[in-house]
Design a protein around this ligand. Structure first.
Ligand code: ZN
Ligand code: ZN
Ligand code: ZN
Length: 379
């Protein structure tokens, strides 16, 4: 199998790229009047340092300031795991031992009465202790600064997302190897999870196999329900490559002739809505206009009340990240943004249909689907 050796699946930015990303963040902080950005283990830290480790209750934090070099605060016992990152980036580091007051140390690295932006995923225990120790004048979410940068993928990130989308497509295209009448959703899901790994994922993060009435719940997982011939089955699968960049695609299949006479029509409506959503996703269009374009098709067909989700979400180092294609989001789409377009129709007690592709906005301003496995319901 050629996939796992694809270098795009294991790609990692060079230290110079991380340095450049940090400088962009520092500049964004300056422009926003923020004195210091405090990042915690998670996707932001992975984006800026290439490293996302750190235990939950011991404080690990990266301080990024417009005036001055970044500082990494790290528990002494976890310091060895950071050595390569610290060396590669020439990071200033302060390690702390159990028994020391890590939040006071962090506060000492911040200007008194500072305007802070903290990681959206900083645990509340650290946030409250930091507030007490640093007495900031103002505190906001770092996501306001990091999300616009992370949302616009550069050419290397786009290639990494394209490679893992192709791995996801290979699993969807071979779905009949696992999806067969008489098997339970859970049995099918376990095989699909293994196939995702075999095709190049570091792990399967989610495998939704939602047959018959279970398909009406968008985030149903996989149960012991036995899949029968004629059942519509929603298959929504994905996870990260070793690069950290994620895949996510949905197809809705039916084995044999549909047992619900409305299914084929509903499937056609969802495919048309998905086509309309992708077509509307051009640079400069608002996020909510993409949602509106997909939704108009569903409403026109009379299923508006059964399209109970937003149309899509950004994807990158997280499966769900900005931009969100949802009513009320008037942010314009920008080149390099990468997101799902996944309208669905969910009929309680009967079945659901969802079709989802990841779409990348190119430098030409046009959408390009990264997923291209067959969208028809006959597997
Ligand atoms: Zn979802
Ligand atoms: Zn999705
Ligand atoms: Zn999905």
């Amino acid at each position: 199998m050629k996939a796992p050796t694809d270098p795009l699946l294991t790609w990692a930015p060079a230290p110079a790229d991380h340095g450049a990303r940090l400088r962009v963040l520092a500049e964004a902080a300056r422009a926003a009047g923020v004195d210091a950005v405090v990042l915690a283990p998670g996707a932001d830290l992975r984006y800026y340092l290439g490293h996302d480790q750190g235990s939950h209750e011991r404080l690990t934090a990266l301080v990024v300031r417009p005036d001055g070099d970044p500082l990494l605060l790290v528990p002494a016992l976890e310091r060895p795991g950071w050595d390569a990152t610290i060396t590669a980036l020439g990071l200033a580091v302060r390690s702390w031992a159990d028994g020391e007051d890590a939040h006071a140390l962090l506060a000492r690295a911040l200007p008194r009465g500072a305007r802070l932006a903290v990681d959206d995923h900083l645990p509340a225990r650290h946030l409250l202790a930091l507030q007490r120790a640093a007495a900031p004048a103002d505190i906001g979410l770092a996501g306001a600064l990091t999300a616009p940068q992370r949302a616009c993928k550069d050419a290397d990130e786009a290639a990494a997302l394209t490679a893992i989308a192709a791995a996801n497509d290979r699993v969807q295209a071979a779905i009949t190897r696992w999806l067969r009448p008489g098997r339970t959703e859970a049995e099918v899901a376990a095989d699909i999870a293994a196939a995702l790994v075999a095709e190049g994922h570091a792990r399967a993060d989610f495998v939704i196999v939602a047959s018959g009435p279970n398909g009406a719940a968008p985030h149903h997982s996989a149960s012991d329900r036995v899949i029968r011939a004629g059942d519509p089955v929603v298959v929504d699968i994905g996870g990260p490559a070793a690069s950290g960049y994620n895949s996510d695609s949905t197809r809705t299949y039916c084995l044999g002739e549909p047992n619900d006479p409305e299914f084929a029509h509903v499937h056609a409506v969802v495919c048309a809505a998905q086509e309309a959503g992708v077509g509307a996703a051009v640079v400069g269009a608002t996020c909510e206009s993409v949602d509106a374009a997909a939704r108009a098709v569903v409403v026109e067909a009379g299923y508006g009340e059964h399209f109970i989700t937003r149309t899509g979400h950004g994807i990158g180092l997280e499966v769900h990240e900005p931009p969100y294609l949802v009513r009320g989001n008037t942010d314009p789409l920008a080149p390099g943004q990468c997101f799902s377009v996944e309208p669905g129709i969910y009929l309680p007690g009967r079945f659901g249909v969802r079709v989802e592709d990841i779409v990348l906005l190119g430098a030409d301003g046009r959408p390009r689907r990264l997923n291209d496995s067959p969208r028809g319901w006959r597997p």
